[in-house]
Design a protein around this ligand. Structure first.
Ligand SMILES: NC(=O)c1ccc[n+]([C@@H]2O[C@H](COP(=O)([O-])OP(=O)(O)OC[C@H]3O[C@@H](n4cnc5c(N)ncnc54)[C@H](OP(=O)(O)O)[C@@H]3O)[C@@H](O)[C@H]2O)c1
Length: 348
């Protein structure tokens, strides 16, 4: 009797967790916008090969007026600027003057109709950092400038245009923030990038509540492994020979420089999915990209001890612990968990 109650409760809890993760908030009736009129979208972070570029093309293919923005206008090819319904603008998300200029330009273009969708895609990744060595002023603050304050500045600056779009014929406006799985789970060596994405997720969710009365939806896309230049664009890894981590520098370098092979979702497929999410009126968090389900499972369902153990082995931290233990207490016989760790290290 007791065990059947316990099993039923466990099943009910598991079903609730799965429901929350698998069925994000959305309203299928949406297809927001005004009949017969093109909707408008502003996308940050356009560069050839980036998610921002793929999103610009995908929204354009769906009939949107697209404001494609890049921090250097030369990032946007001339052939794109010749297309109808695409407007190329220079916009640096860390520079308020640049953002204000874009607000003025776009306000003129949309001529009182407002902005239907704002996509914050611009972002920067930092890997290979160890928190004990990180340069807060040079590296840490810049990461937050682009990944956290940038999207927030954009949402603040464009809020009036978003509200205006939502007021038309009982429409809706949408803000899309590109987050990351790393903001939902603990990995080593990407602490500041992870913290910036976790902050962005939290800002998105609070903003979703605060903007709901104005019929503005906020969607945080929890992204994993999509083809782009993200890995290549990050600063080069510098091994630090006097670091505590010297024995595993090669392992960290392989991780940072992408030597560890992994599959990625094609950028166009990902962009198409995001456009679909917006068109369906989704809001809250959605998980998109290659491998998100594994990470979701490890981060949400599995006990933290298990994910800590798996990731520590894969990222060389268990090996480092063994090196330090061996130097302190001589050689020991490896137990089963140590053998498993070594197996995971080879696998990674
Ligand atoms: N690809 C993935 O697997 C993945 C996974 C998780 C999260 N994400 C997120 O997805 C978003 C798009 O990244 P991506 O994969 O397309 O990487 P990407 O190819 O490196 O593109 C990033 C874009 O952001 C732009 N950017 C950087 N700083 C900027 C600034 N201050 N102002 C305006 N633009 C700026 C870059 O411009 P420049 O070319 O001038 O540097 C580039 O166009 C990012 O927020 C990233 O964190 C991607």
């Amino acid at each position: 009797m007791v065990s059947s109650v316990a099993i039923s409760s466990a099943l009910a809890i598991a079903a609730l967790i799965a429901w929350k993760a698998l069925v994000p908030n959305y309203k299928t009736s949406s297809k927001s916008g005004r009949d017969g009129e093109s909707k408008s979208v502003l996308i940050t972070g356009y560069s050839e090969g980036s998610i921002g570029a793929a999103l610009a093309h995908a929204f354009h293919a769906h009939g949107y007026i697209v404001f494609a923005t890049a921090r250097r206008i030369s990032n946007i090819p001339a052939r794109l600027q010749d297309l109808s319904r695409i407007h190329a603008l220079e916009l640096n998300v860390t520079d308020q003057t640049s953002i204000n200029r874009a607000v003025t330009d776009i306000t003129r273009h949309v001529d009182g109709k407002g902005l239907d969708v704002l996509v914050n895609s611009a972002g920067t990744m930092l890997s290979g950092l160890k928190l004990v060595h990180v340069d807060i002023d040079q590296v840490g603050k810049q990461c937050f400038e682009v990944n956290v304050w940038g999207p927030l500045r954009m949402m603040q600056a464009f809020s009036a245009l978003l509200v205006k779009a939502s007021e038309k014929d009982n429409g809706n406006a949408t803000v899309v923030n590109l987050g990351s799985i790393i903001g939902e789970i603990w990995f080593a060596y990407q602490p500041l990038y992870a913290a910036s994405k976790a902050a962005l997720h939290t800002i998105s969710e609070s903003m979703r509540l605060e903007l709901a009365p104005f019929r503005i939806r906020v969607l945080a896309v929890v992204v994993d492994a999509v083809q782009s230049n993200l890995q290549r664009n990050q600063p080069r890894f510098h091994a630090n020979s006097d670091s505590f981590y010297a024995p595993i520098q090669e392992k960290i370098r392989d991780f940072v420089e992408g030597v560890v092979p992994h599959s990625e979702t094609p950028t166009e497929d990902f962009a198409e999915q995001v456009v679909r999410d917006v068109e369906m009126g989704k809001e809250g968090k959605v998980w998109r990209g290659q491998g998100v389900w594994l990470i979701w499972f490890l981060g949400t369902i599995m006990p933290t001890r298990v994910s800590d153990w798996v990731f520590s082995a894969m990222k060389g931290l268990s090996g480092l612990r063994r090196v330090r233990e061996a130097s302190g207490s001589g050689t020991r016989k490896a137990g089963w968990s140590e053998k498993l760790e070594k197996w995971l290290e080879v696998l990674a």
